[in-house]
Design a protein around this ligand. Structure first.
Ligand SMILES: Nc1ncnc2c1ncn2[C@@H]1O[C@H](COP(=O)(O)OP(=O)(O)OP(=O)(O)O)[C@@H](O)[C@H]1O
Length: 275
């Protein structure tokens, strides 16, 4: 057991939404087993085994270069686009290995959407940004309804409902990020992956996204990479700590990770001794 002087390393205030979620028993939706990832000769993830629960928020934290983004990108096979990348072990979504030959990565990414660090709307109207995934699938029915639902779910509808034909690029950074979240929601995913979604935003915009994540977790599984430990402590139910070498060193309820971690190395990281 790690020794520490204070009762708590980082305050883990529990929101009403988190309390409600904590009462729902964990049901695994994503399971990585002995996952190794290499870029050429370099190993980025080493023997990662983890079960991520459905409709909860799981935070991935750890120092720069420890493989957080690599892990996230494995989940919806975004790493396929990196020619030097090789994946060993298994990664199952709803019990089916996402690396099986019969899995269509494009269909997988509709079920497992992704939001990036820098908001990246298309140079299209707000409506077309949100409808993009539906249009690509050839869906033409109820598109406006789905656009509205997605914008409402992304807490953006009230701000943009009178300007749906304006360019997504004319929105503020925080609004653009919520537009990207609406775009990820529109194809009706099960999981939303977020790679440092607030790090390019001002504190007010970041706080809106944090509130939104709590709402999203009622319907979706959220896996979020963050460098901000207070953010992980505030919004997540589970926290996975990756350390240098691509090892998942500790994974537990967020309160346990921040208040009573098992490993000294995790405590050192959380208390800012390195990283
Ligand atoms: N496209 C790539 N080609 C080669 N090596 C890569 C590539 N992407 C990542 N890596 C290497 O894999 C390791 C893990 O990188 P990754 O980006 O997953 O870490 P991270 O924890 O997300 O880092 P950060 O917090 O800085 O974003 C690093 O050593 C990195 O240099």
């Amino acid at each position: 057991m790690a020794q520490h002087e204070s009762d708590s390393l980082i305050t883990t205030e529990v929101s009403a939404a988190e309390t409600a979620r904590s009462e729902i028993p964990d049901e695994t939706v994503l399971r990585a087993e002995e996952l190794d990832v290499y870029y050429g000769e370099e190993q980025a993830l080493d023997d990662v085994t983890i079960e991520i629960p459905d409709r909860k928020v799981t935070a991935i934290i750890g120092p720069s270069g420890c493989g957080k983004s690599t892990f996230l990108r494995c989940i919806n096979r975004m790493n396929d686009q990196i020619p030097s990348c090789r994946v060993d072990g298994s990664l199952a979504f709803q019990g089916k290995d996402v690396y099986d030959e019969d899995v269509d990565p494009v269909a997988l990414r509709r079920k497992i959407g992704m939001v990036f660090q820098k908001p990246n709307p298309f140079p299209k109207s707000i409506r077309d940004n949100v409808a993009y995934g539906l249009t690509v699938q050839g869906k033409t029915e109820n598109v406006d309804e789905r656009v509205e639902e997605s914008l409402r779910a992304a807490a953006l509808w009230d701000e943009v409902n009178d300007q749906l034909d304006s360019s997504g690029l004319d929105l503020s950074g925080g609004q653009q990020q919520r537009l990207c979240i609406a775009r990820a929601i529109a194809p009706d995913p099960e999981v939303i992956l977020m790679d440092e979604p607030t790090s390019a935003l001002d504190p007010v915009a970041a706080s809106k996204i944090e509130d939104l994540i709590a709402d999203l977790a009622e319907e979706y599984t959220v896996v979020i990479v963050t460098h901000n430990m207070q953010q992980a402590a505030r919004i997540s139910d589970k926290t996975a700590v990756f350390l240098t070498g691509g090892n998942l060193v500790e994974y537990d309820d967020t309160a346990t990770i921040f208040e009573d971690p098992e490993h000294d190395r995790v405590e050192d990281y959380i208390t800012g001794k390195f990283g």
